[in-house]
Design a protein around this ligand. Sequence first.
Ligand code: PLP
Length: 442
Amino acid sequence: MATRDCHPLNKSNAHFASPKGPSLSDRLENYSTWIEARISNGYWPYARNLATPPEPTAKIAYTGRTAHKGINLAVQDYLALSTHPEIKEAAISATRDFGVHSAGSAMLLGNNPLSLQLEAALSDLLHLDHILLFPTGWAAGYGTVTGLIRDYDHIVMDQLAHACLQGGAAAATKNVHRYRHLDVAHAAEILGRIRSTDTQNAILVIAEGVYSMDSDSPDLAALHASCREFRATLLVDVAHDLGCLGDGTGQIGMQGMLGKVDIVMGAFSKTFASNGGFVATSDPRIKRYLQWFANPHTFSNALSPVQCAVVIKAISVIRSQEGETRRRGLLHASTFFRARLRQHGLETLGSPSAIVPVMLGKDAFAREASKAVADSGTFVNLVEFPAVGLGAARFRCQLMATHTDEQLVQAAQDIYDAVLSAGSKLNRRSDQTDAQISVLDG
Ligand SMILES: Cc1ncc(COP(=O)(O)O)c(C=O)c1O
């Protein structure tokens, strides 16, 4: 059994974020011991592996355990396109025509006719003329921010923006200002303050279409208006909503902002069945500049022909009647599952999207609940610091268009049972959490 110092319920990643000591590896000893204690006591729901395609039921193996089959709410394939027969066929045909790998950076000879076709398809979807492709969504976010912003410029970003944007901001400038989550008035106040002393340098405002841990969305028109007022540029990351919300154009389309946002950045990995990312803009100068100055575009191998073919086909499905039907399926699944969880007295965050966050609270409680759910027939993701704030751990359930009501009823029951089981285990401890108490009372 672990010593109290490395007890698997007692610490968080925050305790290990600044290791000290001259040996880069020796100073990781405590962290390794803590993780080993988590694994051997069943509190390590990370780095699992998927032994089947990412379908609504799947076989998944926890570290050190054999794979078992269950209801899968833990993968990112929102419209269930990864296993779509025509999309798989597109991948096979691209392999035959072009081989399996890109031949270099997009700036050298990494592009192929499919890259250009993909740029055209994205441009048409987003009503923005200029597209730049990246090997991952992360690269698109980090590369765009670091490519455009210099140390004398400013970044005004939602405090919950994704790690690729936060990391890009931290690497680009010390002038990073975070506004309260979704609070456009706060963003405007910060913009006003910056412009009152600095009229010379640029400001990039960063938001997301749907926030990945909270499933909520900002008022994009209001944010855009503030950007115009203070001569700032708006970047919106649409990783979690493009393709799967509204008519397929995500929150930007739903909010009447198609073609109006200065820079749209996204990832193919949630809805478009492939790794990869992009930046879209109406300004050709931004694309031209980023081709050289967005390092992950310039100095990393381009998307492979297979990835391009998959995303092109995914876009065509997304824009068809079938895409509409799949989006309706996803929205139904999300609304239905949220209602079911609430009937159990569980707290869900945000509004319907592919993401359903189930609030747990403190890490100890969340880890107990996660351990209990691992023994059930349902797979979910536990999210704890640094992916969310300390004490704000949650299950992040990610739905697919093809989940059935029956599967979701069972999954909600399994989550509820796991939360109850965690509650009764921790009831004997003095550090009960608010979430636990409210569930037990409810
Ligand atoms: C909001 C957001 N942006 C960007 C990314 C990065 O995308 P990818 O995983 O495709 O690199 C993610 C993925 O987690 C995300 O949630």
